[in-house]
Design a binder for this molecule. Structure first.
Ligand code: F6P
Length: 342
């Protein structure tokens, strides 16, 4: 092993730089390898667009959000780029890749690994919806940002006797909604795993106000859907790769809830603020542990594996087990439900 490559793909998140730093420090400092950083995820590998990553170039980035390598949703299998990836790795003398990504980026990595490319995966997504790991890089920070927003909304909601609808990210799973809703004391949480019926939600909120409460906080994940046949939501637009571009469901629900409850309703969509800025301590530590562990897996040639957190242990699992959605378990939603009832 002389030279490895690293890339960050998919939506960015806080903690990516901490992972890049950990990989470079382990690879260069401990193993005496060289590290090349590919720009903009798989796009950089397909185009051979690289920069050297030295100990100096990762100085001072531990606490910085975003990714110094850039990111994109490029996917070699949607863009006919798998052969270019193999030949670029050969031409650049890259012996192995460390791929930091979510479902799409790691799905492509699993397939490239099956076809013989030596690589290791690191899970990141604020949505926290990858199978096989308890947490992904970025989730803890996103939850903190959403919780801070809910805390702030509480005081203004109280003053004006209102319903506050807070929309958070989570396209296929409601991890951010569930965690921030629990931490922020939400009165109702709507997630993709549990289709909602606005008649029931409205009834529940009216009941709560009849019990003497003057305001309610409702957290809704962007990917939440109504029980079939209860209401129509407009079609979301698609991004250039054909994937649904979520965002804005709260604006559709607010007038309906206002009508059903009679309570004035206001909407806050937290949006990309959840993905921006400084990673919190949990994400820095998780990213650092994952970066060191992934580089050690390269040293042991454990190709096609992904580092994962199980309990408090960092383990490794087959990449193919990870690149599928992990829903919020029923048990967690039941915990949240205790606080919807009064
Ligand atoms: O996958 C993470 C995520 O934050 C989703 O929750 C959200 O739908 C998506 O990224 C938005 O990403 P972008 O605006 O970069 O396409």
């Amino acid at each position: 092993m002389r030279r490895i490559g690293i890339l960050t793909g998919g939506g960015d998140c806080p903690g990516l730089n901490a992972a890049i730093r950990a990989v470079v420090r382990t690879a260069v400092g401990r193993h005496k390898w060289e590290v090349l950083g590919f720009r903009d995820g798989w796009r950089g590998v397909m185009d051979g667009d690289v920069r050297d990553l030295t100990l100096e170039s990762v100085q001072g980035i531990l606490h910085r959000g975003g990714t110094i390598l850039g990111s994109s949703g490029a996917n070699p299998y949607l863009e006919g780029g798998a052969d270019r990836i193999r030949s670029n790795c050969r031409d650049l003398d890259v012996d192995a890749l460390i791929v930091i990504g979510g479902e799409g980026t790691l799905g492509a990595a699993a397939r490239m690994a099956d076809e013989g490319l030596p690589l290791i995966g690191i899970p990141k997504t604020i949505d926290n919806d990858l199978s096989g790991t308890d947490y992904c890089i970025g989730f803890h920070t996103a939850v903190q940002i959403a919780t801070d927003a809910i805390d702030r909304l509480h005081s203004t909601a109280e003053s004006h006797n209102r319903l506050m609808l807070v929309e958070v990210m989570g396209r296929s799973a409601g991890w951010i909604a569930l965690y921030s809703g629990l931490a922020g004391g939400a009165d109702m949480i709507m997630i993709p795993e549990r289709p909602f019926d606005l008649d029931e939600v409205g009834m529940h909120l009216r009941h709560r106000h009849l019990n003497g409460h003057s305001f309610s906080i409702v957290v809704v994940a962007e990917g939440a859907t109504p029980v079939e046949g209860t209401m129509d939501l407009p079609q979301y637009p698609r991004d250039p790769r054909g994937f649904t571009r979520f965002g804005g469901i709260a604006h559709h629900l607010a007038p309906v809830l206002e009508e059903k409850t009679g309570f004035e309703t206001r909407v806050t969509v937290i949006g990309h603020v959840q993905r921006g800025g400084t990673p919190n301590a949990d994400d820095r530590i998780l990213a650092t542990r994952f970066g060191v562990a992934a580089t050690d897996l390269v040293a042991h040639a454990r190709w096609g594996r992904m580092v994962a957190l199980r309990g408090s242990e960092v383990v490794d699992i087959p990449l193919s087990d990870a690149a599928k959605v992990r829903p919020v378990p029923e048990e967690l939603y039941r915990v949240a439900g205790v606080f919807f009832d009064s």
